[in-house]
Write a protein that binds this ligand. Sequence first.
Ligand code: ADP
Length: 589
Amino acid sequence: MRLLILNAGSSSLKFGVFSAGDNTREVFKGSYERFRNGGCEYRFRHGETHERGAAAFASPSDALKGVPDALKRFDLDSIDAIGHRIVHGGASFSAPTLLDDETIEAIAVLTPLAPLHNPANLEAVRLCRGLWPDVPQIAVFDTAFHLTNPAFATTYAVPERWRAAGLRRYGFHGTSHKYVAHRAAEEVGRPLSDLQLVSIHLGNGASVCAVNRGQSMDSSMGMTPLEGLVMGTRSGDVDPGAFGFLARELGLSVQEIEDALYDESGLKGLAGSSDMRDIEDSAAKGDLLAQLAIEIYAYRARKYVGAYAAAMGGLDAVVFTGGIGENSPSMRRRICDGLDFMGLQLDHDRNMAVKLSGPAAPQIQAYGSRVRVFVTETAEQLMIARETAATLTAARPTRLLRLPIAVSGRHVHLSRAAVDALFGKDYVLDQATPLRQPGHWCAKERVTLVGPKGKLASVAILGPLRERTQIEISRTDSFALGIDVPVRDSGKLEGTPQVTITGPAGSFTTEGLIIAARHIHVNPADAARLGVEDGDYVGIRVGDEDRGLTFGRTLVRVGADAFTEVHIDTDEANAAGIEVAGTGELVHI
Ligand code: ADP
């Protein structure tokens, strides 16, 4: 399958042609940039052929008209689909989406959230529909990766009617953060779902993302791409009180303030150039403003690394990408220096010797550094190509079989040491009730959970005993206990909060308190019928017309003699109007 991938910005048009399949790869790269006086510069690369020159296009949308000719010249004019980078997908676009009249209209409605970017993106979509009327077009959103951010990360503490109008944090550069996080996990050789990463994208726009066990948890850009780091021409974090001050003291309008924060701030506002190479050169020659700009830039980024390590409760790796992240060893060093206290030490020689031409993402941490540090090129276009191809090939039926659903109430899995402490040495639990999973049972005995806010009594004990004690409660229960509890897959207990369990013979305080991520147990025969494999994520459509909903991201766990059923917790069941048990339809996502 041959794909045309377009990134139509307000000041440039970048595009690529990809051959999509098992190993999706770029076969052509092109750009039209530096638009001025009715003309622009273009660059094309096809294999060993490099071309650059001037073209008579006045704007990025004008330049799109040149793309069919360019493709024809390189014999690439038959394309199967077009993938578009769309900057803002709001709260509704959580996945790549086929562009039709309805979705185009829904994206247009989001224009107030990204007034510079979305109109340019949509203009390209409309032009492409005219140029290639029979070719399907897919939108891949910069915001989509961050829609997993929890409400406490996305909600601004502002009046309710502002929030109702749509004021919230979204985050951007999602395609880049997702790509480099996957690259880092490949290099570490562990699943992304096991890792806590901070991804630092430092280009003309710049942002940091906390990628917590495979999901974006927080990112430094907010409702717009203005919040967060110092950028080429954007300010990043500024006290919102500045608006009133600037209006009163300098008599500036909202438009003037906004324009200056987007286009006259950042490195340009601090030291006169938006280009980090110029700033580094000036600083080296003794320019004090350039030196201060570099210090502010690095300090702001370092603060976010620390904040996100704290937010995730751990840090396995930091990944640098974007023009500055990839090419400036001195900026990488400034950001990482001083982080030894959290187990991050750079190897200065490796940092200086980074070469990104090979396939590997170089690691630049010192020997013995607990936190790894990677540098990798971002490949947003490649990621968009992969997602476009996946969306097109998701032609398999979306709904299959009905599955039984079991609702898990709060319960504990105890270790031998926990049983000894709670019931007495070598106590044997009464395996009163067998469960549907073969070999599993619910004990007659009960325990109490104790947290700083309150207690949960009569909590079930499920067997058999395990190596590590694990306590599974709902989010509602977490407020009753007064403990902030993460959603985790069973067994992934690193860094989980402590809770005290009490029983008739004593108490036992242990980590391992989780809200169990919903999952589906499947035996191999059912897995084959359902078209799923161990480790896949699927959706489960449940409930009736009134309270029906689809649970996304449900982990498939294939076990040799598993009884096929979906496990959700009481909060999820209540949301869907399911009482003790129900059934649901599997939905491929
Ligand atoms: P965009 O966000 O537009 O894709 P890039 O990722 O290309 O931007 O990053 C552009 C930034 O990278 C510019 O500030 C540029 O100065 C910086 N940069 C590129 N090469 C170097 C280098 N060798 N040293 C320092 N900064 C560099």
